[in-house]
Design a protein around this ligand. Structure first.
Ligand code: CAA
Length: 291
């Protein structure tokens, strides 16, 4: 099935990145959010991030203008219904995601494919509450969306082959690479990445190393672009904790228990870059380790 129009629900960090890459790839995008302010900020972020690509010669000024002209914003969720593909990128709370899909159902076209950018919630369970579990799958982008090459495609138990193949074609059209994952807690990337981050927090908690020595070890010793604690701050410590909880509860194995120090940072509201404090303090000129 050919996909031309795409609805993105949620204009936050992931939603604006998704709108960015789809509009640059030639799709017409409708970006929906409940906040006018979030929509304005999202458009400004997209403009700034495409401009970076223009200044590095990766995108022309004409392509930038055409991409921005292909993005429409709305505060009315139902406006997104009549599109070929919907990508839900709202808050990582199952009740919020379920409510969005429920509200969208009466407005969908018969062929509309529904996807969620969830990083860990069961695709099969989300799909089961809709009228089209066979046209429902996981479409998981990595942060920052315009830069990261991978998109994880997650097959729910009922996802049909046509839907699966259509989404692989869309990922190719975006110039990205798809990995295929079955629908089990946290899929592939976070199943592996989050226990590593959690282990880095245990390494700090047990006094094996400082924030600086842990991050430097993995950057210089394993060629990771960011150390695990810097990466945790980048992703958001609340997100890291919630994914560890999904792994712990979903797989019922104590090896996934979240580190108490991670819980403590989240309880303090030190969630990483977005609150300006996490394993680093970002309020000054340069990030300073908080331990
Ligand atoms: N939009 C467009 N371009 C961007 C961008 C954005 N938001 N952010 C960075 N860039 C571009 C820069 O313009 C630059 O482009 P060139 O290569 O053409 O010069 C390039 O990306 C590198 O950026 P910088 O030079 O500013 O910074 P850097 O070299 O330190 O790289 C980084 C930054 C790409 C974020 C790198 O540190 C990195 O790869 N970090 C790891 C990110 C990661 O692991 N992400 C996955 C998180 S897990 C996840 O997302 C799943 C989940 O569910 C939690």
């Amino acid at each position: 099935m050919e996909i031309r129009t795409v609805g993105v629900v949620g204009a936050g960090q992931m939603g604006n990145g998704i709108a960015h890459v789809f509009s640059l790839a030639g799709y017409d995008v409708i970006l929906a959010d409940i906040s006018e302010d979030s929509l304005k900020k999202a458009l400004a972020t997209i403009d700034r991030n495409i401009e970076r690509q223009v200044s590095r010669g990766k995108v022309t000024a004409e392509d930038k203008a055409a991409a921005l002209a292909r993005i429409r914003t709305t505060l009315t969720l139902s406006d997104v219904g009549a599109t070929d593909l919907i990508i839900e990128a709202a808050t990582e709370k199952e009740t919020v995601k379920q409510a969005i899909f429920q509200d969208l159902l009466p407005h969908l076209l018969p062929h509309t494919i529904l996807t969620s950018n969830t990083s860990s919630i069961s695709i099969t369970r989300l799909a089961s509450r809709t009228d089209r579990p066979e046209k429902f799958m996981g479409f998981h982008f990595m942060n920052p969306v315009p830069v990261m090459q991978l998109v994880e495609l997650i097959r729910g138990i009922a996802t049909d082959q046509d839907t699966w193949e259509s989404m692989h074609a869309v990922v190719r059209q975006l110039g990205k690479t798809a990995s295929s994952s079955e629908d089990f807690p946290a899929f592939i990337v976070n199943r592996i990445l989050m226990p590593m981050i959690n282990e880095a927090v245990y390494t700090l908690y047990e006094g094996v190393g400082s924030v600086k020595s842990i991050d430097e070890s993995l950057k210089l010793g394993a060629n990771h672009p960011m150390g695990p604690l810097e990466l945790a701050d980048f992703i958001g410590l609340d997100t890291c904790l919630s994914i560890m909880n999904v792994l712990h509860e979903g797989l019922a194995d104590t090896k996934y228990r979240p580190c108490p120090l991670l819980t403590k940072y989240v309880e303090a509201g030190w969630l990483g870059r977005k609150t300006q404090r996490g394993f680093y303090d970002y309020r000054g000129e340069v990030p300073v380790p908080t331990r």
